[in-house]
Design a binder for this molecule. Structure first.
Ligand SMILES: [Zn+2]
Ligand SMILES: [Zn+2]
Length: 258
């Protein structure tokens, strides 16, 4: 059984729990650590997870809304931390007290009941990796912080039943919104963040390949509205807008079966 739960998503911080269970064993992965320690501990506890029981942390890239409290949580609870070599270099950290593990684009990671497949994405960070997780049955894709979805990235998500997918902005709201022009260009560019329409296009391509559930994530507070993201995704998935989950900055989501 594979399930997942956002503990918060957006430019103020991202963290997602992925939990696999088979028979008597269970594996818990924490993807990104972009919250304060207290908030992370509290939201994990609300999800029924003690951080001491997290088997590994996977950091997608070095931006502060993803790295957050990874250093202190890893050390405090002695949790191995996976990231790309480029992300590690950008952080100018030693080896996290021996807890550092280097993830490589295309090299699967086996973690108890979970298999993790990291893959490279176009984003303005050193070497960002997003990921696909499976317990051998269900497949979950996690895809945020990318400017566009090139075919190799789309191919990584083929066959995923669930995807936590960035729906960062509505192009019109970004264009007419309060950001200075350089930031508009960065966010809306090919190496920035995914627009609702681009997310919907990916969903449209993945729906015939088995995609059934989408969690819209990393929504911009200034340049998007949950209703717009829901509408875009629902149109592409062929479901009602209410069936599309939105990962809230403060609340995340409940547990969802992948
Ligand atoms: Zn981010
Ligand atoms: Zn980022």
């Amino acid at each position: 059984m594979l399930r997942f739960r956002s503990l918060g998503s957006g430019s103020s911080g991202n963290a997602t729990l992925v939990h696999a269970r088979s028979g008597t064993t269970a594996t818990t992965l924490l993807v990104d650590c972009g919250l304060g320690v207290r908030a992370l501990e509290r939201r994990a506890a609300q999800a029924g997870v003690a951080l001491a029981d997290v088997d590994a942390i996977f950091i997608t890239h070095e931006h502060s809304d993803h790295i957050g409290c990874a250093r202190s949580v890893a050390r405090r609870y002695r949790i191995p931390v996976w990231m790309s070599a480029g992300t590690h270099q950008a952080l100018r950290e030693q080896d996290f007290d021996g807890l550092l593990r280097i993830a490589v684009d295309g090299d699967p990671i086996t973690l108890g009941d979970l298999r993790i497949d990291p893959f490279a994405v176009p984003h303005d960070a050193a070497e960002p990796l997003q990921l696909r997780c499976t317990d051998g049955d269900a497949r979950l894709g996690i895809l945020t912080d990318l400017g566009h979805v090139p075919p190799p990235v789309l191919a990584q998500l083929a066959g995923c039943r669930s995807v936590l997918l960035e729906c960062n902005h509505d192009a019109g709201m970004l264009e007419s919104g309060p950001y200075p022009w350089f930031l508009k260009r960065r966010v809306g560019g090919d190496w920035g963040h995914l627009a609702n329409a681009a997310a919907a296009e990916a969903v449209r391509a993945l729906a015939p390949l088995g995609l059934q559930q989408v969690v819209a994530a990393h929504l911009s507070r200034k340049n998007n509205q949950p209703a717009l993201a829901r509408e875009a995704v629902a149109g592409a998935l062929g479901c009602a807008p209410g069936e599309v989950h939105v990962a809230d900055q403060e609340e995340g989501t409940g547990w969802l079966d992948a």
